[in-house]
Design a protein around this ligand. Structure first.
Ligand code: FES
Length: 691
């Protein structure tokens, strides 16, 4: 029989092309040309991961004609796979279909190992899967008396021969499970290889399920996504409260608890691990899988959460020089954290950056990629501590600023966490000073006649103000002239509106009257102390940002991303009116969602991303706000709304700011004179009674 000629094969979308001997399987042709096609079963025709879509017709661009007869006929293996699992009419299994003539072959995303993962719902950038855990099915040579080698050695031999994997080492539990698996699978087994190096799991026969969880351990909430490691899809997301709250509302009070109690660190570690384990239980139950199917976890958290979860004493983080026990990424068995998973499951913990800038910030960087930007990009993750990253591809700086819990609704008289019934949006009429607002869980605004009914339908009253609501109400009160640039509620307006009411030596603004929207609706005031708490928080954030801007010798930033649950809810305009962030083109200020959690997700699914963030963290310049002498100076300047001295050209293009009484050409004293007259308010002595 005449020998078949070579054939030209072109793969899309990669565009890789080359000649292969006719009769070569499409998969072998692809591998020879460096085309990325997935496989678990190792060409046994049972995993379906290698499915491709041949394209037929004339391809003048490529100079070839691709015809059905240029591939081997649809075979028994493919027919069996189609009958059992379904295989679309236009698809072929590349491990069995052979190239007989010129062909154009499309590799669909789901058949690529390094496929793109796109998660619009998470505000996540598209990223490329680079699985850390890979499954491989192999047939192992049965033992015989003539070649008395161990089963593990023969398994390694098969993995080397079939998959080209060398230098493996096996967990002890895998060695224990090896012989039963070989026996049950008739010497066919599937193994999970972690990082191309560790044999962490074994199953008899063919097995193609592997799951992982990406976890963000926040000081308030622990959130997780359960992910199919084989394709990057998120199967369930859930969150639990961090039970450490009972030991202290904020991070430093938890460190104090550890310092004052002999078993404090143990108690806090046990609490967070128990909550994390509960979260895993919730996630696997939701998806209907077993804990033993969890093979990989990726975790982010601020430095104190990071240390407590790992069982490391966090007290050195409580005072200068704020020394981390470890600032590199960690990889450890999940069992070391007491988590119930597959016995071989590994945990990847992203690297902390500095004493106050943790693995959560590493996650934010991974998700938002400021280190890839050409423009100067500011990313702030606002919580009880604000983590701040500023820079671009040339330099990247990070710091943390102690904003306190005001942005989360704590320390605010009517403050509450974001939950149904909480006021989240506010507008104040500039003439009548009357408010209208929207609460979480209800679509219509409070001045809509349908508001009462909508509240009733939602089963809530107006219960308080959440972080985004307090930002908006303070900013709106400032724009309406109720609050001065110094943050003082102007009591003289009591003559104009009954909404300004005396409150000791200061005044409050009545945002909502008790019972006005049905039962469960208390009177909601914005007090002078509330305004002060917000000023202190926003000044701390701004001062931290300003320190980083000083380091880069810049007066402006090009782009702002607001990350975290709170950051994602706040309106950029109101954040800028308040002076929470520096003046910037408003169209370039956007929410980044839970960027820390997204970073954990990316790290869970990509070994390449792990290497990337480890490299970036090494070159991040860390600024310690607590010991920077200029922090207090910037803080004092930033107490004013939006700022005592910084110009707001972008903001003033879209909104009319009240004329500054403290400095300006019309105040009769010229710019700077009033500023010099006015004594700054030191943070330590600022109270609600300083009017
Ligand atoms: S490689 Fe598994 S079906 Fe082709």
């Amino acid at each position: 029989m005449a020998e078949l000629a070579d054939a030209q094969v072109i793969f899309t979308p990669s565009g890789r092309r080359g000649r292969v001997p006719a009769g070569t399987t499409i998969l072998d042709a692809a591998r020879g040309l460096g085309v990325d096609i997935d496989s678990v079963c190792g060409t046994r025709g049972i995993c379906g991961r290698c499915a491709v879509v041949p394209a037929f017709g004339e391809f003048p661009k490529h100079g070839i004609t691709s015809e059905p007869s240029h591939l081997s006929p649809f075979g028994d293996v493919e027919a069996a796979y189609r009958a059992e699992h379904g295989l679309a009419d236009d698809r072929r299994l590349s491990c069995t279909a052979r190239v007989l003539g010129d062909a154009v072959i499309d590799v669909p995303p789901e058949s690529q190992v390094h496929r793109q993962v796109v998660r619009k719902d998470l505000d996540a950038r598209p990223f490329q899967l680079d699985p850390v855990v890979r499954l491989h099915t192999v047939d192992v040579t049965p033992p015989d008396l003539a070649t008395p080698t161990g089963d593990l050695g023969r398994l390694f031999d098969s993995l080397r021969a079939e998959w080209g994997i060398d230098g493996l080492r096996a967990d002890l539990h895998v060695i224990r499970a090896l012989q039963p698996a070989l026996e049950k699978g008739s010497y066919r087994v599937t193994v999970a290889v972690h990082g191309g190096r560790d044999l962490i799991a074994i199953w008899p026969g063919f097995h193609d399920r592997a799951f992982g969880v990406a976890i963000d351990v926040g000081s308030t909430t622990i959130a997780g996504h359960l992910v199919d490691l084989t394709d990057g899809s998120i199967l369930a997301s859930a969150g639990v409260m961090n039970p450490q709250i009972r030991f202290g509302e904020d991070l430093m009070s938890r460190v104090s608890y550890v310092m004052m109690h002999d078993d404090g660190a143990t108690a806090l570690t046990e609490a967070v691990r128990k909550a994390l384990d509960g979260l895993l239980a919730t996630l696997v139950n939701r998806v209907g899988i077993k804990r033993a199917e969890l093979l990989e976890l990726a975790i982010v958290g601020n430095p104190i959460m990071h240390h407590l979860l790992l069982g490391i004493d966090p007290t050195p983080l409580g005072s200068a020089p704020f020394a981390l026990a470890v600032d590199t990424a960690l990889e450890l068995p999940a069992s070391e954290l007491g988590l119930i998973t597959h016995p071989g499951a590994r945990v990847y913990v992203l690297p902390c950056i500095a004493g106050h800038v943790g693995a959560d910030t590493a996650g934010v960087i991974l998700a938002e990629e400021p280190h890839e930007a050409t423009d100067l990009t500011l990313v702030v993750d606002v919580g009880t501590n604000a983590e701040i990253v500023l820079g671009n591809r040339d330099r990247l700086l990070a710091a943390s600023s102690p904003t306190g819990p005001a942005f989360e609704g704590a320390q605010i008289s009517s403050g509450q966490r974001a939950a149904p019934g909480a006021i989240e949006r506010v507008r104040i009429d500039r003439d009548t000073l009357e408010p209208r607002f929207r609460v979480i869980g209800v679509e219509v605004w409070s001045d809509d006649p349908a508001f009462g009914a909508a509240l009733g339908a939602a089963g809530t009253g107006v219960t308080g103000i959440c972080g985004s609501g307090i930002i908006e109400v303070v900013a709106e009160l400032y724009l309406a002239g109720v609050i001065t640039a110094d943050g003082v509620i102007d009591g003289s307006l009591a003559a104009r509106t009954p909404r300004i009411v005396p409150d000791g030596r200061t005044f409050s603004y009545v945002l909502h009257e008790a019972g006005g929207a049905g039962p469960g609706s208390p009177r909601i005031l914005v007090t002078q102390n509330d305004v002060r708490a917000i000023q202190l928080a926003k000044a701390a954030l701004y001062a931290g940002v300003r320190l980083l801007m000083d380091q880069l010798a810049t007066e402006t930033v090009d782009e702002v991303r607001l990350a975290g649950a709170f950051g994602s809810q706040i309106d950029p305009l109101h954040a800028m009116v308040l002076g929470l962030i520096p003046d910037c083109d408003l169209s370039r200020v956007r929410a980044a969602g839970n960027a820390a959690g997204t970073g954990a997700l990316i790290a869970l699914l990509s070994g390449e991303a792990r290497r990337e963030i480890e490299g970036v963290v090494r070159r991040v310049e860390k600024i310690e706000t607590a010991v920077e002498p200029r922090f207090q100076e910037h803080f004092v300047e930033a107490m004013a709304l939006p700022h005592r001295t910084a110009p707001s050209p972008n903001l003033e293009r879209v909104v009319t700011l009240p004329r500054r009484a403290t400095a300006g050409p019309d105040d009769g004293a010229g710019p700077g004179a009033a500023r010099r007259r006015r004594r700054p308010v030191p943070a330590a002595t600022t109270t609600g009674d300083d009017r």
